[in-house]
Unconditional design. Structure first.
Length: 185
């Protein structure tokens, strides 16, 4: 009987401790180029274990813009038939991977949020960007101009919009325990 009561109390307590979550959705109009929206101020999340790829292919970086979460490691394979030397002098992350050939892969971990511009010292036309956001609560804006960020813990946050055309906008938001918040830019 005591065991049954203990199990019942544990189950009820676990249910009461579940964090309620809401969603943010909206539309972004008139922002050309690559656009990303993310939430700042979120606590208690896990950095994705996946290692996204930012490859050199056809003498260009692919994709031209990669969005990752601070703390993630990025693979940088050379899928080209020529050697490359990927580097960045960006304040967010400075590195130089040295010359490496077809089929080789290098990895870089990006610890802090910000924009990192990448270049190849051998092929001056090669340029790419990695946008490091503070947590996994972000969305890239596609051709529909719509975005949706789901399962965000209830609370007060800052919503940021970044565009590679230079736009940076912020909005203060309150996410409810359930339901949607609509924020248009």
């Amino acid at each position: 009987m005591k065991k049954l009561l203990l199990v019942l109390v544990l189950l009820l307590t676990a249910g009461a401790l579940q964090v309620q979550a809401g969603n943010i959705m909206g539309k972004v109009k008139g922002k050309p180029g690559n656009v990303v929206v993310w939430v700042e101020g979120v606590k208690g999340f896990s950095v994705p274990a996946t290692k996204p790829s930012f490859s050199q292919r056809g003498m260009v970086f692919f994709p031209a813009l990669l969005v990752i979460v601070a703390g993630q490691t990025v693979q940088m394979p050379n899928d080209d038939s020529v050697v490359h030397n990927v580097y960045s002098f960006s304040p967010t992350k400075k590195f130089n991977l040295g010359i490496y050939g077809k089929g080789e892969n290098k990895e870089v971990t990006f610890e802090q949020p910000g924009v990192v511009e990448l270049f190849c010292s051998i092929h001056k036309q090669m340029k790419g960007k990695i946008l490091i956001v503070p947590n996994p609560y972000y969305a890239r804006i596609g051709s529909s101009e719509m975005y949706r960020i789901t399962a965000l813990p209830a609370g007060n946050y800052t919503l940021k919009l970044w565009s590679d055309s230079g736009a940076l906008e912020t909005r203060r938001i309150v996410v409810p325990a359930k339901g949607d918040v609509v924020v248009n830019f």
